[in-house]
Design a protein around this ligand. Sequence first.
Ligand code: XUL
Ligand code: CO
Length: 433
Amino acid sequence: MTYFSDISPLPHDPQADDLAFRHYDPERMVMGKRMEDQLRFAVAYWHSFVWDGSDPFGAGTFQRPWFPADTMDLARQRADAAFEMFRILGAPFFCFHDHDVRPEGGSLAENHKRLNEIADIFERKMDETGTRLLWGTANLFTHPRFMSGAATNPDPDVFAWSASSVRACLEVTHRLKGENYVLWGGREGYETLLNTDMGQELDHMGRFLSMVVEHKHKIGYEGQILIEPKPQEPTKHQYDYDVATVYGFLKRYGLEDEVRVNIEQGHAILAGHSFEHEIALAQALGIFGSIDMNRNDYQSGWDTDQFPNNVPEVALAYYEILKGGGLGRGGTNFDAKLRRQSIDARDLVAAHAGAMDVCARGLEAAAKMLEDDALEGPRRERYAGWEGEEGAALLAPGATLDGVADRAEERGVNPAPRSGRQEILENVVNRYV
Ligand code: XUL
Ligand code: CO
């Protein structure tokens, strides 16, 4: 008897009226790849198997047999349930924090021992089922020791503790052949400037990240190191604010060729951007790594981590991803949680299945727009002037302000405004989504 024992692995069945994939079909070819290999779905261990449905006003609403998972025995039961759900979903990947998978041990040595014990179980189950690890990460924000930050904590012992935790977690990720290692700096920021030396904290964070990169090379880990931007929450101001801020930080510490970004939909919205803006910018800067797929409630303004359900939004995100060449070593991690009234095992499976269907529809719409040149044609035409002789000369090596200005005056340039055709392009997108 397992937690999900009344739920069978989900079929692909467009006509189904019960749990099934109506759109997601792992085998269907999309732009030369199997849909499964384009989307690279991952289940997030923390929301699905750790969070108990509590909120600031109320206790946990979920009753799971492995709660509170404060013993190794319960942690093992939790691992069994997690792999059971991966099988039902046919999820190719999962992601976890150290803190999600093992109970807190009270010392670094005990934490690492427990983490490695669970990793042994994961290794065996991964071999048996073929499920892979999209990324591992160390939770450097839940325990009170991190209340003033991890790498940016004013107490050097917390920096040291964090270094040991990241080393252990990076090495486990390496052992489990994780495709990426993520650092989300949940408490790398400040609550008030009155007690904060921002310059010193940024230098500490830069040094910490450099050490992580050095260690990655030392142990021969070939996965990507990813920073996950977020502007605030839990801290009032988080240093990895958005993609642009992370890029500036990486440049300053000489890490722009070593570290990429894991972009989360809800974090983009919190930063005042669209998801596709963040993806397009990361592509343009050469630091796109992976995505956390969820959605926020647009009225509440919080990071509500809901499962995605908006096909047009998702389509525009996958459009930017496919345009940039696809997810590569990255994936689509559902960093999303149930609403606290959705207390059943079926809710958990249905949430993932629906989200996978929404992503499949978005991916297909995006692929079709690219294949039809529906947006790229007009975009190329818009910039076509730069391909001509006069346009190319403006950016040619050796071009100067004098030269460009003289030539403009000689030619008597007098540009006529051209429509940006926004509404026409929006109409085009609506034909696909
Ligand atoms: C928090 C968040 C994290 C990271 C991993 O908002 O997104 O779960 O994805 O630490
Ligand atoms: Co996330």
